[in-house]
Design a protein around this ligand. Sequence first.
Ligand code: 2BA
Length: 114
Amino acid sequence: MKMIVAVIRDEYAQTLTEQLTHKGFGATKLASTGGFLRAGNTTFLIGVPAAQLEEVMTIIRTSCPSKKSIKGDLTLKEGSLKGAAANPAAPLPSEVEVGGATVFVLDVERMIKV
Ligand code: 2BA
């Protein structure tokens, strides 16, 4: 069994929930915040038999296309950049490419429902 931890953009959460539910996959949705942009995103926990991992990855890929995001508040971004402290003259990015999903796949020893 695998545990998929997928950090996605908020706007894709409903589509992903619908697609997973439609295909019979269980998921838990958590409200989360990106450490860099400090904007809200959504984290899915999806427990899945190893044999169905690629099926779920395909659902995530199609439900969460990559998109650009522009950060308006450079003050917050500056505070979050470690390099800025070491080199205040370094230019800050005004636009970053935010992926549709950042996915971690973990081995699950056991899944128990009591
Ligand atoms: P954020 O941390 O808000 O990052 C948003 C986007 O900002 C990132 O998109 C990346 O393009 C850019 N970025 C992040 N850190 C940066 C840095 N130090 N310098 C320059 N640009 C930086 P994604 O990579 O697609 O990540 C989207 C979200 O996925 C992240 O939101 C975070 O919530 C999560 N994430 C990404 N990598 C992670 C990791 N290694 N561990 C845990 N969560 C992660």
